[in-house]
Design a protein around this ligand. Sequence first.
Ligand SMILES: NC(=O)c1ccc[n+]([C@@H]2O[C@H](COP(=O)([O-])OP(=O)(O)OC[C@H]3O[C@@H](n4cnc5c(N)ncnc54)[C@H](O)[C@@H]3O)[C@@H](O)[C@H]2O)c1
Length: 325
Amino acid sequence: MTQELRVAVVGAGRMGTDHIIRIRDRMQRARITAIVDIDEEKARTAVQGIEGAQVYTDFVAALESGDIDAVVVVTPGFLHEQVLLPTITKGLPVLCEKPLTPDSESAWRVVQAEVQADAKLVQVGFMRRYDAGYREIQEAVRSNAYGELLALDCEHINPAVPDSYTGRNLIDDTVVHEFDGVRFLTGEEVTSVAVRAGKRTPLAKEGLVDPAQILMTTESGVRVSVNTHVAAEYGYAVTTRASFVNAHVAVGTDQVTPGFEERFVDAYDTEIQEWIDGCLQGEVTGPTAWDGYAAAACCEAGVRAVENPGTEVPVKLNAKPALYS
Ligand SMILES: NC(=O)c1ccc[n+]([C@@H]2O[C@H](COP(=O)([O-])OP(=O)(O)OC[C@H]3O[C@@H](n4cnc5c(N)ncnc54)[C@H](O)[C@@H]3O)[C@@H](O)[C@H]2O)c1
């Protein structure tokens, strides 16, 4: 067994830099051997202080270098597939920041590539699965400690979003975390999505429903509501209140931070360390390409729901391949 994982990080932007610093300074049993960014200057800045790491502007050159055991993809979502497919073909594990890809059709191609390779190599960066509070709720659901789970009431508050942010971004970039979170907490697929609009904040982007309420149902009928507010200015907050038959469990309610990096720092650290240790054991244990595909299918329903407030839109999923059972 390899004792130290040699990692290539593709994309040295905001999140990529966060992961590079994390692996460089806090992770055990891994070192960065390649940083890839189409913007060479960004890669050169990010590589400073990392002994022996090479800079690339082309991912394939890094992949062919023979100097990497695993890949972390942190480019914009529409570019993930072009890194994932050759990495799967090469048989290397890859942690792909969310979203897996921007739509279910391309996500399904990634699933099919894994089925073809008969190997689960992709892990999607749904870090909430590594948050202590989320794990507490999931454990309560799994153990039936308080009886059946009846409802989840969530909040997702962002201090600001870019000018280009639209209703599609609300779903694909923001609520995508709740889609996966709900699937993780309940162990069920989301079956439908609806959106309710209400009073808008005076700070809302033009044409954007803000705040919005996203409603979901799951296979067994767990009712989910997610209140989003993405021009909140006062900070970042993510909360979940799980109502069981005999108790409720609330997480994140007293945490308002400047951004997601501070709110989920421990979750990101646990996510990456567990991924490294899994890779060294030859297995990928976190959210799979199937989870990424299912989240993409939820997002497609969500975007239609944003465009048609008040309409319940069903989530359409292909049959789950045996590889993910
Ligand atoms: N899990 C989370 O909480 C979380 C939070 C933020 C971002 N993300 C995800 O991380 C990813 C990156 O987001 P970001 O905010 O860091 O974006 P960013 O724009 O800050 O960084 C993207 C980087 O990719 C580089 N890049 C673009 N095309 C490339 C190519 N062909 N090859 C190599 N590099 C290329 C860019 O030059 C840039 O440095 C997205 O998928 C995003 O959704 C996840």
